[in-house]
Write a protein that binds this ligand. Structure first.
Ligand SMILES: [Zn+2]
Length: 319
């Protein structure tokens, strides 16, 4: 029998061929895995496509359903307990589709944030201290003015592009001079996001790398990989939102008094979300029993791991 045709437990991957062989004239509707204790519907094991969730992007078929589910999936993700209640282990997993979706979604979000970011970068560039309008700037540099804005939109404050004459002699030939962003430091403004990354890293280690907890969880790796990819999506979203709030502050689009509160909000939400998301995954999503010890271990490890990684990065970037 082919690997994908073989009936296996959707949670732990235990081969159910032996169980199926005991069926005589009729088959039961529900089964229980002797390996991990999961109670499942045999119909989902025989035909995984029956377990598709209506709003979830991984289960989309066709472009229209993909677009519609792309909008609905993040809203369901915000409330992890509701998300995991509907995504039990019997629901099919498609890692490739999920990765492609995350790449596409983050590209679109980054492009939207790039619009005010490019404008902000242009205003802050030394070229504009003389108060030229963009039309004048465009007359001076031609299409390089647009190229600069586009580039800075995507990469400011990490990289900064400035149109420059090709050489001292010829002022007719231009080039886009790309340099390191002038006010960019890793340790300073990124440590909150590094905490998030460390939290995710430690939960991944607990469920994939430590043999004892891995055995305890009795989980196919693809379930953990799905949770890792969704966490990366949320960490990146909190980064983009923080970046957008900072850009809007620098452009005076939000009240100055509100900034200190708004600035920390996305990343703090992300920390709480990560802890709740993984806790709910263990208890509600993957039915790991007993769950309390594993959740406590994972939560403590991820908080310690997050802060340790952040301090470590701070030390190596400042020394
Ligand atoms: Zn099982």
């Amino acid at each position: 029998m082919e690997e994908r045709d073989r009936p296996i437990c959707p949670k732990c991957g235990y081969d159910q061929t032996g169980e199926v062989a005991t069926w005589g004239t009729q088959c039961p509707t529900r089964g229980i895995c002797t390996e991990c204790g999961l109670v499942f519907n045999w119909s989902y094991v025989m035909r995984p496509e029956l377990g598709q969730v209506a709003w979830y992007v991984e289960h989309a078929r066709g472009l229209r359903s993909f677009v519609w589910r792309s909008l609905r999936t993040p809203f369901h993700l915000i409330l992890p307990h509701r998300f995991w209640k509907q995504l039990d282990p019997a629901k099919p997993v498609s890692i490739v589709r999920l990765v492609l979706w995350v790449i596409l979604a983050l590209f679109i979000v980054h492009t939207l944030v790039a619009i005010p970011n490019g404008y902000n970068a242009w205003i802050r560039s030394s070229w504009n201290w003389s108060r030229v309008t963009f039309q004048q700037y465009q007359q001076m540099h031609g299409n390089y003015a647009y190229a600069e804005m586009l580039f800075d939109g995507y990469f400011y404050p990490y990289l900064d592009a400035i149109p420059r004459p090709w050489s001292q002699q010829s002022s007719h030939k231009w080039t886009l001079d790309i340099r390191r962003g002038w006010h960019f430091r890793v340790g300073h403004s990124h440590s909150p996001h590094i905490v998030s990354a460390g939290m995710l890293l430690l939960w991944s280690i607990v469920l994939l790398a430590i043999p004892h907890t891995r055995r305890l969880s009795k989980l196919r790796a693809r379930h953990v990989v799905r949770a890792i990819i969704l966490s990366i999506f949320m960490i990146a979203m909190s980064y983009e939102l923080t970046h957008l709030i900072r850009t809007m502050y620098e452009l005076d689009w939000i009240p100055r008094a509100a900034f200190p509160v708004l600035d920390g909000l996305p990343v703090m939400f992300c920390w709480v979300w990560l802890l709740v998301f993984w806790g709910c995954a263990v208890h509600l999503g993957w039915f790991i029993r007993p769950s309390r010890l594993l959740i406590a271990l994972g939560t403590i490890a991820s908080i310690l791991g997050g802060t340790t990684l952040s301090v470590y990065i701070f030390i190596i970037t400042t020394s």
